[in-house]
Design a protein around this ligand. Structure first.
Ligand code: UN1
Length: 516
C-alpha cells in the first residue's frame, strides 16, 4: 500500500483556504471561532473543527419556507425560459468559481481534488441541462373520443421544494434538485448535511448572486442550516409540496410516511448496496479498472460505491489478486495532494462502522485483505481516519453483505451460472446501481432484461458509480424509488393537469353517456 506521507495542511491553513473560497464566491455570512457554539464546521482531513456557523432556529426555517412560498407566487408565472436564465447564470458562476467551491468540498467532505472538481462539473452540467429543459417542459396532446374536443396535458409548477442532502455529494445533489426545480417554476429551501455547512454557504452565495444578476427574487432559493429538527420542519410543513431527500434508509423510512401523511410528495434517494458481476467473458483489464474506481474511489463513500463483487468461480482467484495488487498501489492520504487517490473517511463513526463490519464479516467466515487504519504522516492526528480499502472474500452471502457500510469494503462472492449471479445481485434490500463486465452480448442483454438487474441503474462494462447527469438517477426497493437529475426526472417537480377543451356547439358526454 502506498501511503502519501505528506505534510497534512494545518487547521489554520485550511481555515485560511475556507475564508478565501467564501470571499471569492461572495459569501458574507459570519463564521464563528471553534468552540463558539452553534454548528461545528469540521474537516475530515485533520479532524479539526475549523469554524462554527449559526444554525437556523425553527422560527427562521418557518420564515424561510414562508419567503420561498411567497416567491413561488411570482416565480410560477415567470416564463420558463426566463427562469432558465437564472440557472444559466448560476452555471456561469460555477464555472468561474469551480476551483474555490471544489476546495471547500475537499475540506468538508475529504474528496480528492479531481473528484471535488468533478462534483462541481456535475453542477455545471445539470445547469446546462436545466437551461435546455426550460424550453422543453413538454405536455402531450391526446386524441379525444368526442368530436370537436381536444385533450391535452399541461405541466405546472408544484410549489416549494424542500431539499435535504447528504455529506458525500454536498453540492451536486443540491444542484440536481435546484437547477431542475427552478426551471420548473418551483422555489427551494435547502437543508444540507450538518457536516457540510461551508460548501452550502458558498452555493447559496452563488445562487443569490445569480438571482441578483438576472433580477430574479432571491427567495427562490433559501438555505437553512442545522440538525434533525430543521429537516423535520421541512418534512412536516404543509407549504412544502415536495421533499427531495438523500440519505440513509433509516431517514427515508421516517421521511416517506410523514410526508405522505400530509399528502405531500417525496423523492427519496436512499442507500445502495451495489454489485458488479464479472463473467468469464469479461475484459479483465477493463474490469479491474472499473472495479477499483467504483469500490475505492471517494473512500467508498458514494451511494453508488461498488460494495459487492459477484465473480465467476473460474476467474475469482485471478481477479481478486489483480484487485488487491491494484489496491496496494492506491495512494491514501491528504486529498489535496495530487498523488492521493483515497482520502479520509468522514468521521469517527464511519471508521467505527467499517471496523465493525470487517469484524462481522470475519465472524461470518470472510477473509479480509486490507482495511487497516493508515497513519498518513507527521501531522496525522487521532481525529482523522484514513484507511486502506478492504477486499473481503465471503464464503457465501451473509448478513453483513446485505447491509450498506459507508466505507471502502468490497465483498467478493462467487457464482457458477448467470442466473445465480443475477439472483445474488438482486438479493439485497437496496436497488440503486449495478453492472456487469462481459463481452458476451447475451449475458449483457440478459442482465439488462426484465428478469435481470432490479436496480435503477444497470451498466455494462463500466462500474456502478460515476453516472452522468443526462440520465435519471435513483433506485428501487429500499433506495426509495425516486429519480432526480436528467431525462424526465423533472416531472417529479411539477404537477400535471389534464385539459379537455370543447370547441364544438354540442356537449357530448364521454363513454356515450346520455343525461337528459
Ligand atoms: C450519491 O452518491 O449520492 O453516480 C450521488 C455517481 C455520482 C452521483 C452520486 N454522479 O457516482
Amino acid at each position: 500500500m502506498t501511503t502519501v506521507v505528506s505534510k497534512l495542511p494545518t487547521a489554520d491553513a485550511l481555515r485560511a483556504q475556507v475564508r478565501d473560497a467564501l470571499a471569492a464566491v461572495g459569501s458574507t455570512v459570519a463564521l464563528g471561532e471553534p468552540g463558539a457554539g452553534g454548528l461545528a464546521a469540521s474537516t475530515p482531513i485533520t479532524g479539526d473543527v475549523l469554524f462554527t456557523v449559526a444554525p437556523s432556529s425553527i422560527a427562521e426555517v418557518d420564515a424561510a419556507i414562508g419567503e420561498a412560498a411567497h416567491a413561488f407566487s411570482q416565480w410560477r408565472v415567470t416564463p420558463a425560459p426566463v427562469r432558465g436564465a437564472l440557472v444559466g447564470r448560476l452555471g456561469q458562476l460555477l464555472v468561474e468559481h469551480k476551483a474555490a467551491l471544489a476546495s471547500l468540498v475537499t475540506i468538508e467532505a475529504g474528496k480528492i481534488t479531481s473528484e471535488a472538481l468533478g462534483e462541481v462539473q456535475e453542477m455545471i452540467d445539470i445547469c446546462e441541462f436545466a437551461v435546455g429543459l426550460s424550453r422543453q417542459l413538454y405536455g402531450r396532446t391526446i386524441a379525444s373520443e368526442r368530436p370537436g374536443h381536444r385533450l391535452m396535458e399541461t405541466w405546472h409548477p408544484l410549489g416549494v421544494v424542500g431539499v435535504i442532502t447528504a455529506f458525500n455529494f454536498p453540492v451536486a445533489v443540491w444542484a440536481w434538485n435546484t437547477a431542475v426545480a427552478l426551471v420548473c417554476g418551483d422555489t427551494v429551501v435547502w437543508k444540507p448535511s450538518e457536516l457540510t455547512p461551508l460548501t452550502a454557504l458558498a452555493c447559496q452565495a452563488l445562487l443569490e448572486r445569480a438571482a441578483a444578476d438576472v433580477d430574479a427574487p432571491t427567495a427562490v432559493g433559501r438555505l437553512v442550516l442545522g440538525e434533525r429538527e430543521v429537516g423535520e420542519k421541512l418534512v412536516d410543513d404543509p407549504r412544502v409540496a415536495l421533499v427531495s431527500a438523500t440519505g440513509s434508509v433509516r431517514m427515508g423510512r421516517e421521511v416517506g410516511p410523514r410526508v405522505a401523511g400530509r399528502f405531500g410528495r417525496v423523492l427519496l434517494e436512499l442507500g445502495g448496496n451495489n454489485a458488479a458481476i464479472v463473467t468469464p467473458a469479461a475484459d479483465l483489464d477493463l474490469a479491474v479498472r472499473g472495479i477499483v474506481f467504483s469500490a475505492a474511489g471517494t473512500a467508498g463513500q458514494r451511494c453508488t460505491t461498488l460494495r459487492r463483487l459477484i465473480v465467476h468461480s473460474s476467474i475469482a482467484d485471478e481477479l481478486v489478486s489483480r484487485i488487491t495488487a491494484a489496491y496496494r498501489q492506491l495512494p491514501v492520504g491528504d486529498p489535496f495532494d495530487e498523488r492521493t487517490l483515497v482520502g479520509p473517511l468522514i468521521h469517527t463513526a464511519s471508521y467505527r462502522d467499517m471496523v465493525g463490519a470487517l469484524q462481522q464479516a470475519q465472524a461470518e467466515g470472510g477473509e479480509v485483505i486490507g482495511g487497516e487504519r493508515v497513519d498518513v504522516g507527521p501531522d496525522f492526528e487521532e481525529g482523522a481516519f484514513y484507511v486502506k480499502p478492504a477486499v473481503v472474500r465471503m464464503p457465501s452471502q451473509s448478513a453483513v453483505v446485505h447491509q450498506e457500510t459507508f466505507a471502502p469494503i468490497l465483498y467478493v462472492l462467487t457464482y457458477e451460472t448467470l442466473d445465480e449471479a443475477i439472483a445474488l445481485n438482486n438479493a439485497v434490500p437496496q436497488g440503486l446501481s449495478s453492472s456487469i463486465f462481459t463481452l458476451d452480448m447475451r449475458e449483457a442483454e440478459r442482465f439488462l432484461a426484465a428478469d435481470g438487474s432490479d436496480c435503477g441503474i444497470a451498466n455494462v462494462n463500466i462500474g456502478t458509480s460515476g453516472a452522468e447527469i443526462g440520465g435519471a438517477f435513483g433506485g428501487e426497493k429500499e433506495t426509495g424509488g425516486g429519480r432526480e437529475s436528467g431525462s424526465d426526472a423533472w416531472k417529479a417537480y411539477m404537477r400535471r393537469a389534464t385539459n379537455t377543451v370543447n370547441y364544438s356547439t354540442e356537449l357530448p358526454l364521454a363513454q356515450g353517456v346520455h343525461f337528459g
